[in-house]
Design a protein around this ligand. Structure first.
Ligand code: FAD
Length: 151
């Protein structure tokens, strides 16, 4: 397996509705689980940032499908590169909605109170993903999820 990571950002479109995040996560957790893809989706009502990791061929296939999704547009690829070890082995698709606590990260990474992921480059996007990982519920690390960890 050729392990890679891929990070992109995008803008929520008019086709996006209140139920869209749930639908996306249900589809992502089902499809990604089958294909051994793990990662995180970060969302703030206006923009998405998604980190995907897994076999190169599978990540490219899912990314192609995501690109065609009309619930977002202006998709900008920030990073696609080789990966030694997964960072989200327990999560077929972890999800974080921007909160007051996470807003403090905007100043650090985007020099602004607003989350605007188009201001990120590959390095800062990777650093922000690492920060977001530390905000995921630790309970996952001590649950049955571990038995489903992807390598
Ligand atoms: P289905 O089970 O057929 O559809 C799931 C639900 O989404 C249904 O309610 C369907 O009506 C609705 N839906 C599907 N496609 C669209 C569309 N283009 N426009 C409006 N509604 C639609 N998919 C993944 O598998 N993995 C991911 O990590 C992933 N991340 C995503 C991140 C973002 C920001 C977005 C916008 C989409 C993402 N998706 C992801 C969804 C992906 O674009 C496809 O919709 C999904 O993979 C289709 O899978 P399915 O055929 O099993 O879905």
């Amino acid at each position: 397996m050729e392990l890679i990571k891929l990070i992109y950002v995008s803008t929520v479109s008019d086709a996006f509705s209140l139920s869209s995040v749930d639908e996306i996560l249900v589809a992502a957790q089902r499809n990604n689980g089958e294909k051994g893809i793990t990662g995180i989706l970060y969302y703030n009502h206006k923009y998405f940032m998604q980190y995907l990791e897994g076999d190169k061929q599978e990540v490219e296939l899912i990314y192609k499908r995501i690109l065609e999704d009309n619930r977002h547009y202006n998709v900008l690829l920030l990073d696609k590169s080789a990966l030694d070890e997964r960072r989200f082995g327990c999560w077929s698709m972890a999800y974080l909605l921007q909160s007051e606590i996470l807003k403090t990260l905007n100043f650090y990474f985007m020099d602004s109170p607003e989350f605007n992921p188009y201001r990120l480059d590959a390095q800062s996007a990777n650093e922000l993903i690492t920060e977001l990982r530390s905000h995921l519920p630790l309970a996952y690390l001590h649950s049955d999820a571990l038995s489903k960890t992807y390598r």
